[in-house]
Design a protein. Structure first.
Length: 395
């Protein structure tokens, strides 16, 4: 869920967000929250109701004696509290339209409680806008969304570890490049722009305070930075982040989720989730949604190291002959791709040939990350021999 305060946001940017989000499988909800601390629903003179969720369902542009006017279509699910100002059905602005335009706008109002209002009035009277970006699975299960363009989604469950990859925000210039990094490549052939949603959700747990037994939620200040990078940059380094500013950085907040909606031209970008403070241990879920074909993969130091190792030249140190029987069994009895549980099952059976102690499931997940370039959560059988060779080398 992404939230905007319409009272402080630039109107041009607000319209761009609406224009980009309305045709896609993103639900938009506008509301009027008064400064006074009241939870009551108040009906304003213009017909709108405060503390009420209005769905933004469409956009249009009309020509009249006033010139061209952008309109916003809204719906009150309760069926009351409709706008009675300019461009409502009983206004002189509506009467000034041609019969053709009246018919077109009326046809596009499909549900009870839907109405049109000018975008300027929308931005003036509504105070908050919430965007709920619906992933492809939920899009498939909801027929009402099939008229909208679906998002393509990539998900990655990862964690920040103190002293390893918890480098803190961009202001920690010496360590921020340690954070997990995800390369987003928008092909230069084809589309002129791509809409992208980046969301970082932190794992949290509730705990009881010994003093008053009240539930408390353990949350960190989290965010992410997005860098535009040259095609030949495979990973952000300390030198790179010292010399280049990110194109966007979220405000670090102690919220469960931080989300940003982008419109990006073709090119290469690096998404870097972070905790505000370095050396903070936390788990997170990264979601990257795109409306066009794009290539997304995770970048880490282990991947770079493995690509530079020629395993064929490391002969005796790897002792592959000792594990050849286990490897043949793996190739004949297991599917083409292994998830963490299958790989864990295999290693628990043959751990003595590759490890000094029985492996944990967390170790197996970390191994898969080294070869999981498309962030699928699985490892191909063709990559397993390289991981086993690496384990023998470390052993």
């Amino acid at each position: 869920v992404q939230s905007f305060s319409l009272t402080v946001q630039d109107r041009f940017l607000t319209y761009q967000v609406l224009n980009s989000a309305v045709p896609r499988s993103t639900l938009l909800v506008a509301s009027i929250n008064l400064e006074k601390d009241t939870k009551r629903n108040l009906r304003l003179r213009n017909g709108l109701v405060t503390q009420h969720a209005y769905s933004v369902t469409g956009l249009a542009r009309v020509r009249s004696k006033l010139g061209e006017t952008p309109l916003v279509r809204l719906r009150n699910p309760w069926g009351r509290g409709e706008w009675s100002g300019p461009w409502s059905e009983r206004s002189w602005e509506w009467d000034s339209l041609s019969e053709r335009d009246k018919v077109l706008l009326s046809v596009r109002v499909k549900n009870e409680g839907e109405f049109w209002m000018a975008f300027d009035d929308f931005a003036r009277h509504f105070t908050h806008l919430d965007l709920v970006h619906v992933g492809p699975d939920d899009w498939m299960n909801e027929p009402a969304l099939h008229s909208k363009k679906p998002w393509r989604a990539v998900l990655a469950r990862r964690r920040w570890r103190a002293g390893y990859n918890a480098g803190g925000g961009p202001h920690h210039t010496e360590t921020t490049a340690m954070n997990p990094q995800f390369h987003v490549q928008i092909p230069r052939a084809g589309v002129s722009k791509c809409h992208v949603v980046v969301a970082v959700t932190q794992h949290y747990h509730t705990c009881l305070s010994a003093a008053d037994t009240k539930k408390k939620v353990s949350l960190h200040h989290i965010g992410f930075a997005v860098y535009e990078i040259p095609p030949n940059v495979t990973r952000l380094t300390t030198a790179f982040v010292s010399e280049h500013r990110p194109m966007d950085v979220t405000s670090d907040s102690m919220a469960r989720e931080t989300v940003t909606f982008f419109t990006l031209p073709p090119g290469d970008y690096m998404v870097v989730p972070h905790t505000a403070q370095a050396n903070s241990d936390a788990r997170f879920l990264l979601r990257i949604l795109t409306d066009e074909q794009s290539n997304i993969w995770e970048v880490n130091e282990d991947n770079m190291l493995l690509r530079s190792i020629n395993l064929d030249r490391l002969d005796d140190g790897f002792k592959l002959r000792e594990g050849r029987t286990a490897l043949q069994k793996l190739l004949h009895k297991y599917p083409p791709e292994l998830d963490p549980h299958l790989f864990h099952k295999f290693l628990k059976t043959h751990w003595k040939q590759f490890l000094v102690e029985k492996p944990s499931l967390e170790l197996v997940k970390s191994l898969i990350m080294l070869r999981d370039f498309n962030i699928s959560g699985r490892v191909a059988l063709g990559d397993v021999s390289g991981l086993l060779s690496m384990l023998q080398f470390w052993k």
